[in-house]
Design a protein around this ligand. Structure first.
Ligand SMILES: O=C(O)[C@H](O)C(=O)CO
Ligand SMILES: [Mg+2]
Length: 260
């Protein structure tokens, strides 16, 4: 049976964070993920998650100035020290939250700077993978589609494989968000079957719309969840979607997986 995690940044968003955590528990999730936890004290968040008997399975390293349009720093030349400072903060949160995965966002890069960005990305990821290994935290990279995030450095799953090869570090993995993958190239079954061992986390949502991974999607999720399970994937599947109406009503798709 696949293990599903509630994304606390996209589900139960009508509730304050402590109640989102208890709501996730109530509907049957065993794990939660959050995009950016830094507005909450790490120890306090760890207490909330532990009290609900949930696992924190993933969050993102600080992305730079989000309000100003930044979407990560890992591939941004000249920002190496800020990247390292953010990583240090993220690893502090990971330690208190007992979280074994950290997603490091690449950032928005100008087309003229692609070569320098690639070199910066490879060097920063090697550094992050080394630092996190000491704490037993896996570093993840996630291709994000350019419709939702114009200018993002890494858009295609195939590009992520090139980066994994260039860094060549045992602590660097792919975060395969099937929504983004379908938006840019599809071929989900072939990609999953060929690369399951490099994937340390998945996320799901419908295409189009980024809603529930249910039958109202061009992606056949029931088929894919069974395929993923049959291949012995032992990571989590993050429910990173925008509910059509509200989270609880929308969880009908998850009943057959023991949630909702
Ligand atoms: O947008 C996504 O799919 C990512 O998972 C993320 O956390 C950065 O926005
Ligand atoms: Mg995602």
């Amino acid at each position: 049976m696949p293990r599903f995690a509630a994304n606390l940044s996209t589900l139960f968003t009508d509730l304050p964070l402590p109640e989102r955590i208890t709501a996730a528990k109530e509907v049957g999730f065993k794990g939660v993920e959050i995009q950016f936890p830094y507005h909450v004290d790490a120890a306090r968040l760890a207490d909330m998650v532990a009290c609900a008997e949930l696992s924190m399975v993933l969050f993102n390293a600080p992305p730079g100035d989000w309000e100003a349009g930044e979407r990560g720093l890992a591939a941004v030349p000249g920002r190496e020290q800020e990247f390292r400072d953010g990583l240090e903060l993220a690893l502090h949160y990971a330690e208190l939250l007992d979280c074994p995965r950290l997603h490091v966002m690449a950032g928005i890069v100008d087309e003229d700077d692609i070569d320098a960005a690639f070199d910066t990305y490879v060097a920063n990821l090697a550094y992050a993978a080394d630092e996190a290994l000491a704490q037993d935290v896996k570093i993840l990279i996630e291709p994000i589609n350019p419709v939702d995030m114009p200018g993002y450095f890494m858009t295609r799953p195939e590009d992520a494989l090139t980066v994994l090869e260039a860094v060549d570090h045992k602590n660097l993995y792919l975060q395969y968000d099937l929504y983004h993958a379908q938006m840019v190239q599809g071929g989900l079954t072939d990609f999953l079957e060929a690369n399951m061992a490099r994937i340390a986390h998945m996320q799901v949502a419908s295409v189009p719309g980024r809603h529930e991974p249910d039958a109202n999607s061009e992606i056949n999720y029931r088929y894919l969840f069974n395929l993923i399970d049959a291949h012995g994937y032992n990571g989590w599947i993050g429910c990173e979607y925008k509910p059509r109406i509200n989270t609880r009503t929308g969880l009908r798709w998850a009943k057959e997986w023991g949630i909702g």
